[in-house]
Design a protein around this ligand. Structure first.
Ligand SMILES: NC(=O)c1ccc[n+]([C@@H]2O[C@H](COP(=O)([O-])OP(=O)(O)OC[C@H]3O[C@@H](n4cnc5c(N)ncnc54)[C@H](O)[C@@H]3O)[C@@H](O)[C@H]2O)c1
Length: 311
């Protein structure tokens, strides 16, 4: 494979031969410590990569945890001056205890999505429903996609005076899902690839079907919806995509080999395309929802649709 993508003179100096010794070191019986690690290797340089977590912002949960409150603290969200190097999920319970002792959050700029159209896959329940409701509250026209029941959320939004349409389909049928947005509103500005399922099983007992189903919804669903929307984003010279990942995709979790693989890979799927073909036009963000389904989770996530987390 390397020979098909690299010129011979480069290949001569970046030979596969200088990569494979590391693999031998890692699989040798003397390796009793290196596990779950990622290495970067090439040109004689061998280095281990690790996760770095910013100091972050701690906000009081409740009605004052708005997109504007997060914008006010965006510098802290991005502050890597005192990083930590996590090997697991943040201690959300202790953080929540601390957050609840805080005063109401200061508010920054309030967001207005008037004129924008947002599509949420898996919008009929759970986090997806909450995205839909918040987008509608901020003036967005919402497309609720769900395999099971998008209609209740559509009615809920309409009852509150917002704009919404539903499309009952699998996210894997991306063309139909995006068509529903274009048919209803003539454009699409925001996609939240949120549809997801779990088929947990110890790896030893995991069947092909469980693997395929999870990869299909998370990875293929994200690909299909995003691919169908791409021409519209290009034409508009505007688009925002948020993909849903999970701490399982970063740290792993027992019984979730299928889920971890799916959510980890979809970060790369859209991320690299975005970087190569739509630089500065489409901002891409990946999110790691907290294990709690608290209102704070929802509020935290909305600005990601606006912020150029990675360009
Ligand atoms: N809740 C958590 O703690 C958590 C943690 C990490 C990641 N996530 C991810 O966040 C997303 C939402 O999680 P949730 O807890 O709200 O899930 P949920 O099960 O409450 O809701 C998921 C929704 O997606 C729909 N859906 C399933 N397959 C679909 C498909 N092929 N096409 C369209 N819709 C489909 C379901 O009908 C359901 O309405 C998922 O991708 C999940 O993996 C959740």
């Amino acid at each position: 494979m390397t020979q098909t993508v690299m010129p011979p003179d480069v290949l001569e100096n970046l030979k596969p031969d200088w990569v494979v010794p590391l693999v031998a070191v890692l699989v040798h019986p003397s390796n009793k410590h290196e596990t779950g690690s990622i290495f970067e290797v090439g040109g004689g340089h061998i280095a281990k990569l690790r996760w770095e977590r910013a100091k972050g912002a701690l906000l009081k949960t409740g009605p004052s945890l708005t997109p504007g409150a997060i914008l006010k603290q965006w510098n802290n969200v991005n502050d890597f001056s005192e990083p930590s190097y996590p090997t697991g999920v943040a201690d959300f319970m202790s953080l929540l205890e601390e957050a609840q002792k805080l005063a109401d959050n200061e508010q920054g700029e309030q967001l207005d999505f008037t004129g924008k159209v947002a599509l949420v896959t898996g919008g009929g329940a759970g986090l997806g429903r909450s995205y839909c409701l918040l987008f509608a509250k901020y003036g967005t026209s919402v497309v609720v996609n769900d395999l099971v029941n998008p209609d209740d959320v559509v009615q809920e939004i309409q009852k509150n005076g917002g704009k919404a349409v539903g499309i009952k389909a699998s996210a894997e049928d991306g063309d139909a899902v995006v068509k529903a947005a274009i048919d209803a509103y003539g454009r699409l500005d925001i996609i939240v690839n949120n549809a997801g399922i779990l088929r947990d099983k110890a790896f030893n007992n995991m069947e092909d079907k469980m693997w395929d189903q999870v990869i299909a919804v998370h990875l293929r669903g994200t690909f299909k919806v995003t691919k169908a929307a791409w021409p519209y984003f290009l034409k508009q010279k505007y688009g925002r995509i948020v993909n849903t990942t999970s701490t399982s995709g970063i740290y792993g979790n027992f019984g979730q080999a299928n889920y971890a693989a799916a959510v980890c890979h979809l970060e790369q799927l859209v991320g690299f395309w975005t970087l190569t073909s739509l630089r500065n036009l489409v901002y891409w963000a990946s999110r790691v929802p907290s294990l709690e389904r608290a209102q704070s989770t929802i509020s935290v996530l909305i600005p990601l649709a606006l912020m150029p987390v990675q360009t």
